[in-house]
Structures are given as structure tokens and as C-alpha cells.
Design a protein around this ligand. Structure first.
Ligand code: IPE
Ligand code: IPE
Ligand code: MG
Length: 247
């Protein structure tokens, strides 16, 4: 997890963009439609964004689809969100396989209906050999839950004698997270104007550049993605180091 030390503006495209896809409910409300209509339109925005990310050379894209706290919503809405995951995978998996997209799903597998767990496993299995682009879907995901699950597995391995407490470095701990085979996000975008992380990528976002945009998620498109990337490229990433000296 050691970060490269660099203090020049980030001229290159971000390798990994993570998105908190927020604002579906408000988008629907503005149109006097049920919140679930906003979620359906949100899937269209997701399709556009996966394609745009590929075109803009973004190798890793993580999207927050359902948080460990979203269980607090009315059961009809929770069910609708699960149905949309089913539909998205049913409609898009073959295309993702063909286009070289590897799908990873991060989050807790507990409490998931058996068919959802199977769909997730199938999507990961069928795209396992792809490497052109990576789509990481955070579903039933919470950063605190992910860290607690990782800590539990570390403790189990210590108890089993596979690891000593001294072995638990930042890098070793990160290898127990759901994102073990994914680099940390360079850029995190949250739509809808809310200024918080809502339990997303708490460990991984240590040095991620944060960009908050006022667009509601169903309106997000390639131009909005490009604009967030432009903002990112004007930032100076210091990783705790000193400001770049002027020549
Ligand atoms: C984001 O939109 C989608 C999920 C959380 C699944 P919201 O449903 O949170 O929409 P708002 O924030 O209420 O407008
Ligand atoms: C975060 O959005 C979760 C997802 C986008 C899946 P929320 O809408 O659940 O976050 P809060 O409740 O406004 O913090
Ligand atoms: Mg929201």
C-alpha cells in the first residue's frame, strides 16, 4: 500500500476511479416518480459510465451500488435495488465478457439471497481472465464492515499460527481486504452534492482525490466524467510530502 511520492500535478488519467452513485431518489422526486424509477435510470447512467471510462482509458472503475446501511430503507426499495443487480448482470454480463471487462464484487456476502450470491460468483468466474478494464461493484459494502471482516480473518490466521502479530503490516492487512487485487482509487467522485463518504472505501481512500459534483446520478455522463478527470488532473498529490519546489 506504499504510495509513490510525487508532487507534480497529475498529468495522467487516473488509473482507478471510484464513484458514489448518489441522487437517484431526488432525481425521481423532481419528476414526481417513485424512487425506484430513479434507480432504474441510474443503471443507464452506470452503463454509460462503464463505457466512457473504457474510452477515457480508466482501467479500474469502482461503483457503490448498495451500502451495508441501505438495509434501513423500505423493503420494497431494497428489493428493487437487488432486482436491478439481477437485471444488470443478466443483460450486460455477456457484453462485459466479450469486451474484456473483469467484474469484481466487493462487500459482505452475508444476508444476500442465495441467487444473488450465485449471480455474483458467476459474474466473477466468467470474467476472471479479462484484464482490459476492471469493474468493481460495491454491493452490500461498508468500509467499516470490510475492515472488521479483514481483522477477523487476520485474527483467525494468527490463532491458526499462519501469521504472527508482527507480520501485520499495512500491506499485509490490505491483502485481507475485499480490494486485495485492486489498486487504491486515485479519484473518488460523489454525485448529488452530498459531501461525505457514507462508509465507502475508508481504508483505500487514504490519499484519494475527492471530487463532489452537483449532478444527480441518473444525469451523469461522459462529459461529467471527463470534467471530474480534468479537476483531478489540476490537483497536486503530495502523499504527506512537501510541496513541489518551483524551478
Ligand atoms: C443512490 O441514490 C443509490 C443508492 C443509494 C442505492 P439514492 O437512492 O441515495 O438517492 P437520494 O440520495 O435519496 O436522492
Ligand atoms: C451511499 O449513498 C450509498 C450508495 C450510493 C450505494 P446513501 O444515499 O446511502 O448515503 P447517505 O445516507 O446519504 O449518507
Ligand atoms: Mg443518497
Amino acid at each position: 500500500m506504499a504510495q509513490p511520492v510525487s508532487s507534480s500535478p497529475t498529468a495522467t488519467a487516473p488509473r482507478h476511479i471510484a464513484i458514489i452513485m448518489d441522487g437517484n431518489g431526488r432525481w425521481a422526486k423532481q419528476r414526481s416518480r417513485p424512487r425506484t424509477f430513479g434507480h432504474s435510470e441510474g443503471v443507464e447512467a452506470l452503463r454509460r459510465t462503464v463505457e466512457a471510462a473504457g474510452e477515457l482509458g480508466v482501467r479500474y472503475l469502482t461503483v457503490f451500488g448498495f451500502s451495508t446501511e441501505n438495509w434501513r430503507r423500505p423493503v420494497e426499495e431494497v428489493n428493487a435495488l437487488f432486482d436491478l443487480l439481477r437485471l444488470y448482470v443478466a443483460h450486460d454480463l455477456d457484453r462485459l465478457v466479450k469486451e474484456g471487462v473483469r467484474v469484481h464484487v466487493i462487500g459482505s456476502r452475508e444476508r444476500l439471497q442465495p441467487d444473488i450470491a450465485r449471480i455474483i460468483q458467476d459474474a466473477e468466474e466468467k470474467t476472471r481472465h479479462n484484464d482490459a478494464q476492471h469493474l468493481i461493484i460495491a454491493f452490500n459494502y461498508g468500509g467499516q464492515d470490510e475492515i472488521a471482516r479483514a481483522a477477523r480473518r487476520v485474527a483467525e490466521d494468527v490463532a491458526a499460527g499462519k501469521l504472527t502479530p508482527q507480520d501485520v503490516s499495512i500491506e499485509r492487512f490490505a491483502s485481507y481486504l475485499d480490494t486485495a487485487d485492486v489498486p487504491a482509487p486515485d479519484l473518488l467522485i460523489r454525485t448529488s452534492g452530498e459531501l461525505r463518504l457514507s462508509n465507502f472505501m475508508l481504508w483505500q481512500a487514504a490519499y484519494t482525490e475527492l471530487v463532489f459534483v452537483d449532478v444527480l446520478w441518473p444525469d451523469f455522463d461522459k462529459a461529467a466524467l471527463q470534467s471530474a478527470i480534468d479537476t483531478y488532473q489540476r490537483r497536486e498529490r503530495r502523499y504527506g510530502g512537501a510541496e513541489a519546489e518551483q524551478p
